[in-house]
Design a protein around this ligand. Structure first.
Ligand code: SF4
Ligand code: SF4
Length: 367
């Protein structure tokens, strides 16, 4: 539900017409991470990677300038819990922006820190919906080997189970990234998560080329087949009630479920043979803030920097409304830019008239 601090008319006007304020942001709060996954996009060998992340004081200035349409922020990294001041950052978003929900993506290696933050934020703002996306990609030994942290799988389950007990507004979700290492095992692994580990919320993404990571070409078809199977199975099990990603009795739950279905289907259409299907609203409705305060349209266009917040007194909207960003939006439109990056797809579905009839139909469907 939209809370009082958000003006519904302004949000709708922005999403469908103006598209000049972000509705969702991915904020990389740090590049530091205690894991070393084989498919990570971060260049851990470059000492510059870890230098000069934004301070809480700089983030306070930034969040005060994010416009009035922001509904969601995804705090990620690196490992966001590597920052001991993460709770302060979350509180700044709640206090000074119009966010309705906050996502934190974590490798869940620090269950005490995760639980403490969730309880702290739940006391600070009980109505804020928080989703913790816990990355698990394989069976315990393999997961720990690929991520290079001992006992990580068990730590993920521990974190998941602790978060489940806190409040209905705190949701832990297991996120499986289908990649070249786990694609051969995906069916058994999914069943293991649901039946043996009793996981009730599962989503999936497909690994993408980004930063220093490039998918081995010979593995792409196998990755695609595994992702197709898993995304279909998740949708089916969600509608049967085997897993409970959303409350399918609520309007919001039905819309989210349909949005996921459309997003999975678009990803499948674009992964092996990239092609343009519908406009991308990155740089309008959606954007990225790096750990050092650089704004980008998305995670893929790394050579299209919108601006440096530090050069602009941390004023986000000044950077967002700049001539540079207008040029980037024009580039995205003129080149029919396309990719299967799920974070942007969500807001491309939301902001596109083409998908509204099927979303509306889903709102009146009984599962
Ligand atoms: S947990 Fe995430 S940020 Fe850390 S190494 Fe793995 S993919 Fe990279
Ligand atoms: S289509 Fe993909 S690469 Fe192009 S702007 Fe959108 S998210 Fe970025």
């Amino acid at each position: 539900m939209l809370t009082k601090k958000t003006n519904l008319f302004r949000v709708l006007n922005n999403v469908y017409l103006k598209r000049n304020e972000p509705v969702s942001l991915v904020h990389f709060v740090t590049n530091r991470c205690n894991a070393r996954c084989s498919f990570c996009f971060i260049d851990f060998d470059d000492p510059e990677t870890f230098k000069s992340e934004l301070s809480v004081q700089e983030i306070e200035k930034l969040v005060k300038s994010l416009g009035k349409s922001l509904l969601n922020v995804n705090l990620t990294g690196g490992e966001p819990f590597a920052r001991k001041d993460l709770a302060e950052i979350v509180k700044l978003y709640i206090k000074y922006t119009t966010v309705q929900s906050i996502y934190i993506t974590t490798n869940a290696s620090l269950p005490d820190r995760v639980e403490k933050l969730a309880r702290d934020i739940n006391l600070f703002s009980p109505k804020t919906e928080m989703t913790f996306q816990i990355s698990i990609d394989d069976y315990p030994d393999e997961h720990d080997r690929v991520r290079k942290i001992d006992n990580l799988f068990n730590s993920c389950l521990d974190t998941y189970n602790r978060l489940k007990k806190i409040s209905k507004n705190i949701t832990p979700v297991i996120n499986v990234t289908v990649n070249h290492e786990n694609c051969k095992n995906i069916k058994n692994f999914y069943n293991f998560l649901v039946k043996d580990c009793k996981i009730e919320s599962i989503k999936c993404t497909i690994v993408r080329d980004e930063g220093v990571f490039k998918t081995p070409n010979e593995k792409k078809e196998e990755i695609f087949n595994a992702y197709s199977w898993l995304s279909n199975k998740i949708t089916e099990d969600c509608e049967k009630g085997v897993i409970k990603n959303y409350n399918l009795k609520s309007l919001q739950g039905k819309l989210h479920n349909k949005k996921d279905k459309i997003s999975y289907s678009l990803t499948k259409k674009m992964y092996l043979k990239p092609k343009y299907i519908s406009p991308c609203h990155a740089s309008g409705l959606f954007g990225i803030i790096s750990a050092k305060g650089i704004v980008y349209p998305c995670e893929i266009l790394e050579n299209k920097m919108v601006g440096n917040l530090r050069d602009n007194d941390m004023n986000f909207m000044k950077v967002w409304n700049s001539e540079k960003n207008k040029e980037i939006k024009k580039f995205i439109k003129d080149t029919n830019c396309n990719c299967s990056y799920e974070c942007a797809l969500t807001y491309n579905i939301l902001g596109n008239w083409r998908y509204q009839p099927s979303l509306l139909k889903a709102a009146f469907t009984n599962y």
